[in-house]
Design a protein around this ligand. Structure first.
Ligand code: XMP
Length: 315
């Protein structure tokens, strides 16, 4: 049985010795990086700078949410607007692995700038076991270059500290609960963010579309599970597909975009089963996506694939 209290006490003590200088952490507001930031802040206080990078790729309302959360946790943090830089780097790129690498690299560059300003010598990351197991590390073939691992350039001048490296997602959630971090009940969110939920080139417009669709999927599935219509899936989101199809808008022919809904149950993300969402909930999501969104989406499909053979994200 995993002992969250014992883990935190031991790790915080270990981190005090492991980080004699100043450190920096990228915190996306997700459970992994927030737990890592809180634990390191417990060990070294304001010698840790927590940086939230606004990549322009985050979920709806995320910047404000993160700002309020960091303030509540009482950690030393800064929010950096780097969205223009990210979209510029992603321009014209549609190959999934390339997108992941570019985003990982941009992140590190932004940190390096911040780290220099802060005179940091250590880079803390919220990497967990499935991240590095799926990124190769001599154990398995590379399925996807996970953001936390694949993006690290060779010439990085910061020493890496990964306090959650041996933990699986359910264990990180236990630690979060023990630390009283409310993010423990949030669904996982990938490092490369909405860029990998736009199949093909992640332009600002495409990201805006998938951001709105994700918000609708989240709202409706949370409402349905709160009402007891279904169990809350482990992860649930929308994907913008790179294909258009013919539809009707009023009495006119339309040629619109397609959104796929993805919802899965899982324990640790290593394998997953698609969620059996009641049809009335699916219908409500479809109607809202096609009616409410400013973008011209005229088709909504539901992904009924398990992992394996699919992965949870589409890229
Ligand atoms: P896949 O799509 O590989 O995803 O089945 C498994 C879980 O990992 C999340 N994911 C990521 N998490 N960095 C992360 O920290 C990443 O680059 C990344 N890519 C996928 C995904 O959302 C799912 O929960």
């Amino acid at each position: 049985m995993f002992d969250a209290k014992g883990f935190v006490e031991e790790k915080v003590e270990e981190l005090r010795t492991a980080i004699p200088g100043r450190a920096i952490i990228a915190c996306s507001g997700g459970v992994d990086s927030t737990v890592a930031a809180d634990m390191v802040a417990k060990a070294i206080g304001d010698r840790l700078l927590t940086v939230y990078v606004d990549t322009g790729l985050m979920r709806k309302g995320e910047n404000q949410y993160v700002d309020e959360m960091f303030r509540r946790l009482g950690i030393n943090y800064e929010i950096v607007d780097a969205s223009e830089e990210f979209f510029k780097a992603l321009k014209g790129v549609s190959e999934p692995e390339r997108k992941r690498k570019i985003i990982g690299e941009r992140f590190i560059r932004v940190f390096e700038r911040k780290a220099k300003e802060f005179h940091a010598e250590y880079l803390v990351q919220g990497t967990i076991a499935p991240d590095w197991i799926e990124s190769g590390d001599h154990l398995r073939d590379t399925i996807k270059s996970h953001h936390n691992v694949g993006g690290l350039p060779e010439d990085m001048h910061l020493q890496l500290v990964e306090p959650l490296r041996d933990l699986y997602k359910d264990e990180v959630r236990k630690v979060a609960r023990y630390l009283g971090i409310e993010v423990c009940e949030r669904q996982p969110f990938p490092g490369p963010a909405l860029a990998i939920r736009v199949i093909g080139e992640a332009t600002p417009d495409a990201v805006e579309i998938v951001r709105d669709a994700c918000a609708i999927v989240e709202e409706e599935l949370e409402k349905a599970s709160d009402q007891g219509k279904m169990e809350r899936p482990w992860q649930y989101f929308a994907v913008l597909l790179p294909c258009q199809s013919v539809g009707v808008h009023g009495d006119r022919r339309a040629y619109g975009k397609t959104i796929a809904i993805r919802a899965v149950s899982s324990i640790d993300g290593m394998s997953a089963a698609y969620s059996r969402i009641p049809h009335d909930v699916l219908e409500r999501m479809s109607t809202r996506i096609t009616n409410e969104m400013k973008a011209d989406v005229n088709r909504v499909v539901y992904d009924i694939t398990h992992k394996p053979p699919a992965t949870i994200e589409w890229e």
